[in-house]
Design a protein around this ligand. Structure first.
Ligand code: PLP
Length: 365
């Protein structure tokens, strides 16, 4: 069986985990401090805040921004719906902007169409390891004075004009969920360009609104803490991140080589200025050659290859019925046609070849 994703643990994970257990510091502890420091160093940012998962990271930004009921948040029409779901949960209004058909990423042009007087935040998602064309988005966000959040859950390590994803916006969030480029099982990180007081507020909201004095609550906060045990795994993963990147680049290159001239599929496009650390290899299927995407997924599974459909577009989910979604033509198209192929650092070239040959066998003409 070739799984769709698989974490890679090479030794330090176990060593650090044992160290953390032995220390008896299993909630807070030195690995948390180390992970935040190393993550900041890696991204060349001042400070990083470790949290329980990527969703909690976005949640904390919304809370710390003091967003109010009815405030509008622009979110992409294709991608993982964490930012949209949280908005609904908090009484905010998700306003969907369509994505580009080739890159799967939201564009400045489509965001601009959705800005209103009530817009309080723009969330962009760097889907599947791609990086949105950020320059025009930043220009727009600055001109209209609307803060920008980069959801970098799927793009840790990817670069845009040599600069790391997650270092452009006012805020960025990351996920360390099991399938992600580096993992702590569940986990996440926040980075921000905001000053000390904002960071202090985020840290406080993360731990029940306590600032300094134990049990003295200043905000109605949450428990969104990452544990020292998880951070121990995270430190080990980060230690070998360059190796993980190297393997992911190899896998992408080989997939690209095989599928470049393959009739019936289009590879997700990465612009020249993007150096991606790809999260999954995504293909858009041509109906003529692959009439039924979901049938292909089932057939591949029978042959021992686990794949995934692309994200559902909000137009296809009841939950989002009351929000405007009919304009999301590209998002809707992608949600029907995208298939994501296995992608993890230990995936071998002969397995990729097998995936390629099996897909070829299921092509209708
Ligand atoms: C783009 C994106 N945002 C947010 C999340 C949520 O992260 P988590 O699962 O760590 O809560 C994920 C994935 O899991 C994601 O892919």
């Amino acid at each position: 069986m070739i799984p769709w994703a698989k974490p890679d643990f090479y030794g330090y994970e176990e060593k650090y985990l044992k160290e953390a257990l032995k220390s008896t510091w299993i909630s807070d502890g030195k690995f948390l401090t180390k992970l935040e420091k190393n993550f900041s160093n890696y991204l060349s940012v001042r400070e990083s805040i470790a949290v329980s998962n990527g969703t909690a990271a976005i949640h904390l930004i919304y809370l710390a921004m003091d967003l109010k009921k009815g405030d509008e948040i622009i979110v992409p029409g294709f991608g993982y719906m964490a930012a949209a779901n949280l908005a609904i949960q908090m009484g905010l209004k998700p306003i969907f902007a369509d994505v580009d058909l080739d890159t799967f990423c939201v564009t400045a042009e489509n965001i601009k169409k959705k800005i209103s007087k009530k817009t309080k935040l723009i969330v962009i998602t760097h889907t599947y390891g791609n990086v949105c064309d950020i320059k025009p988005i930043i220009k727009l966000s600055k001109k209209r004075k609307i803060p920008l959040l980069e959801d970098s859950a799927e793009s840790f390590g990817s670069r845009y004009y040599k600069k790391q994803s997650g270092t452009f916006g006012d805020f960025a969030t990351f996920s360390f969920q099991a399938t992600k480029t580096i993992t702590t099982g569940e986990g996440g990180m926040i980075v921000t360009k905001k000053g000390k007081s904002f960071i202090k507020k985020v840290r406080s909201l993360k731990t029940h609104g306590v600032l300094k004095t134990r049990y003295l609550h200043v905000y109605p906060g949450h428990n969104f803490r990452l544990t020292n045990l998880q951070a121990a795994v995270g430190c080990a993963q980060l230690k070998r991140f360059e190796k993980i990147i190297k393997e992911r680049k190899r896998i992408f290159k080989y997939y690209e080589k095989l599928f470049f001239n393959f009739k019936g599929v289009k590879i997700q496009k990465f612009n020249k200025n993007v150096s991606p650390v790809v999260w999954t290899f995504a293909l858009v299927l041509d109906e003529k050659y692959f009439p039924k995407r979901d049938k292909l997924i089932k057939n591949l599974l029978k042959k021992g290859i686990e794949t995934r459909n692309g994200f559902y577009s909000p137009c296809r989910m009841k939950l989002y019925n009351k929000y405007k979604t009919s304009h999301l033509k590209n998002s809707n198209y992608l949600s029907r046609k995208v298939i994501c192929l296995p992608f993890y650092a230990s995936l071998k070239n002969n397995q990729i070849k097998k995936i390629y040959n099996t897909i070829k066998r299921f092509r209708s003409i």
